[in-house]
Ligand binder design. Structure first.
Ligand code: NIG
Ligand code: FE
Length: 390
């Protein structure tokens, strides 16, 4: 049974999928594919098949972890207080810069394998814990090598405006200029990232700084995406839409103007319930407003050491349903077709249709609603990557 066309999920009962050279070539009722000459027929025993899951927002590559800050937060400190006191992203930057390439690769691989076991076949990986050109390139190279060694498509993103690195304290403008004039050209020339991301927030960067960097990204042929309206409303969603951003992410504080601008630009709303949960936020992203404006909604783990140490894609789907009020169908579309769109890959992954990669999950469930229902569902029974069991 195959989600993929027609009604929200496009469920095909008693379906079959024809695969050739790693791609889907035909999908339909088993009877419709009866005449199809297959070299091999693999019966799935009536199981549910979904597109391989797409985790479109992660920060998988970093040194150390922040369990100590988690403990501080449990004792009453807030994420913003810890960040302003030099902890937060800055502490992971220090651990990441100090880590060897092998340490970075090994720890990220372990996290990636957890996502893969959960059903992920495409994963976006942001840099953002290096914050100088050489260190950011190192992280993007780690992401790239993970995509070569593991059965998963890796989509690397340059997250240059994540936090102000300590060596640029009181020299914000110089850091922003360095990112725009040196880091982005270097990353674009080496083709190490598909898009450029930034963190628009009082504890991070302001809209005029982000504009400078997005202008450079545009000039170098890179798409943009933005961490926007997570802890406060800074007009990030509107800014992202003005640059035709692939996505605006978090969005707890999104307002009506922002939602309308995103709809107009086709910018996907990426909701990150793991960060909402771990920070014990109270304000939920305005899901109804997004629906009313027709903004496509994606879900991601946001796996990162600070705000979302989440290693399970189906847990993200469950949280999106329970905490944000998405329907299980919306959550599934949020981790497949809409997540692919947030990566600009809707023609390649995230749905089961001719021409798409044959990336599939075979689940031991009775209905697709179970993917949102279970808390801590183990991964799929079978995971097919590029037409092969993996
Ligand atoms: O997506 N918001 C900024 N980036 C991450 C947090 C990163 C960190 O705290 O290390 C996020 O939530
Ligand atoms: Fe993030």
């Amino acid at each position: 049974m195959l989600p993929g066309r027609g009604d929200p999920l496009g469920v095909v009962l008693n379906g079959a999928i024809a695969i050739q050279d790693g791609k889907v070539v035909r999908v339909g009722k088993r009877a419709e594919l009866a005449g199809f000459k297959a070299a091999e027929v693999v019966p799935l025993g009536g199981a549910w098949v979904t597109p391989g899951l797409v985790d479109c927002h992660t920060h998988l590559v970093f040194g150390g972890n922040r369990a100590d800050e988690y403990a501080m937060r449990r004792a009453g400190a807030s994420y913003e207080e810890i960040a302003r006191a030099g902890g937060g992203i800055a502490s992971t930057v220090a651990r990441t810069r100090a880590a060897s390439a092998t340490e970075l690769l090994d720890s990220a691989r372990a996290r990636l394998r957890a996502l893969i076991a959960g059903g992920v076949t495409t994963v976006e990986i942001k840099s953002g814990y290096g914050l100088d050109t050489a260190s950011e390139i190192r992280l993007l190279n780690v992401a790239r090598s993970l995509g070569k060694s593991e059965p998963v498509r890796v989509v690397p993103t340059l997250l240059a405006l994540h936090a102000l690195p300590p060596e640029y304290r009181d020299r914000r403008d110089e850091y922003v200029a360095m990112v725009a004039d040196e880091m982005i050209p270097a990353v674009a020339n080496a083709k190490l990232a598909a898009s450029v991301d930034a963190f628009c927030e009082g504890i991070a960067f302001f809209p005029h700084e982000i504009e400078r960097v997005f202008d450079s990204a545009e000039n170098h042929g890179l798409r943009v995406r933005l961490h926007a309206e997570q802890l406060s409303n800074r007009g990030g969603a509107k800014l992202a839409a003005r640059y035709n951003a692939l996505s605006a992410d978090h969005l707890e504080h999104l307002d009506e103007d922002g939602a309308a601008a995103m709809a107009e630009a086709g910018t996907v709303a990426v909701l990150l319930p793991g960060a909402f949960y771990a920070l014990q936020e109270k304000r939920r992203p305005p899901v109804r407003m997004l629906r009313d404006h027709g903004v496509p909604i994606a879900i991601a783990t946001d796996c990162n050491p600070g705000t979302s140490p989440l290693l399970s894609p189906t847990m993200a789907m469950n949280m999106a349903c329970t905490l944000f009020g998405l329907t299980p169908e919306e959550a599934l579309m949020g981790m497949t077709v809409n997540a692919a769109r947030a990566l600009g890959l809707e023609g390649e992954v995230g749905s089961i249709a001719p021409g798409r990669a044959a990336d599939l999950c075979v689940w031991n469930i009775e209905s697709p609603a179970e993917l949102g229902y279970w808390i801590g569902l183990p991964g799929p029974e079978r995971r097919i990557f590029g037409g092969k069991d993996a």
